[in-house]
Design a protein around this ligand. Sequence first.
Ligand SMILES: *[C@@H]1O[C@H](CO)[C@@H](O)[C@H](O)[C@H]1NC(C)=O
Ligand SMILES: [Ca+2]
Ligand SMILES: [Ca+2]
Ligand SMILES: [Ca+2]
Length: 321
Amino acid sequence: MLLLLVVAVAISLSSASSIPAETPHNPLEHDSLHAPHFDGAEHNPQYDHEAFLGPDESKKFDNLSPEESKRRLGVIFDRIDEDKDGLVTLSELKNWISFTQRRYIEEDTGRLWRQHNPDNNATISWEAYRDAVYGFLNDLSAEELAQEENGISYKGLLKRDRRRWAVADQNLDDSLTREEFTAFLHPEDHPTMRDVVLQETVEDLDKDKDGKINEDEYIGDMYRPSEANEEEPEWVASEREAFSKYRDTDGDGYLTETEVRQWITPQDFDHSESEAKHLIFEADVDHDEKLTKAEVLDKYDAFVGSQATEFGEALARHDEF
Ligand SMILES: *[C@@H]1O[C@H](CO)[C@@H](O)[C@H](O)[C@H]1NC(C)=O
Ligand SMILES: [Ca+2]
Ligand SMILES: [Ca+2]
Ligand SMILES: [Ca+2]
């Protein structure tokens, strides 16, 4: 059932592009705990709840009874329905998702800005940020600094933050204004940060550190066998095929940075629109590409969490880091 759903979603999402992604895995699509949106054949509803409500708001819903969750969702429906015709269209839902994402980025940046800049200076200096976030590294030995867990070390994290900081720093004074700090914390949505996000993604995927992504590294991001000799599921085979057929466009067996870019941030890709299409697909029973309030409330757990869904999600989640 789940697999069917994922395939159907993939078809609906891919209608805009020429790449038929059977499992629309994208390393940039993960929720606030770094669990991916699609993990192989598994779909992570928490990702959608966070996209629909923002991570902070979605946590509140996880503690509500299903009835209260639905009641509040009904109120939100009326806000999304801008022209008040009782139907939520793709464009109304897309606007709502962009709005909640902007609101979250604003709140999250504000929170960290106040934390790291209690004097409310015009900028935060790199030294002040480094001391606050990485000050504890001063007490660690060289071995502890370099020790890796899942390919990640403190030294590596510091280096990555340093590089991202330098890219966010538009006027090169090594301090970030609030606007620059927003780009540093939330680079995914920032045009000037595109290359550094790509670089970070390639580094994460590139386990053997040769600068390019081979087929196993590509597959490794979406599929980790739970035991050594486990037979690969069918969707993995089709992802292997997708690697050579669609991702590795020059056919040399590796994804270069350019090919990874085409995969994770294809041209004209609109994140809010893709998420809006996905949610409409989940709930649009009569396939008119608009949602009535009844359709949304019937499928409320696609949009928001509640006490009833929380337990199942806790089981379904994989914490990578
Ligand atoms: C704010 O300014 C004061 C005084 O110049 C300085 O000591 C402090 O480090 C600054 N804080 C940040 C976060 O840059
Ligand atoms: Ca409407
Ligand atoms: Ca600056
Ligand atoms: Ca590699």
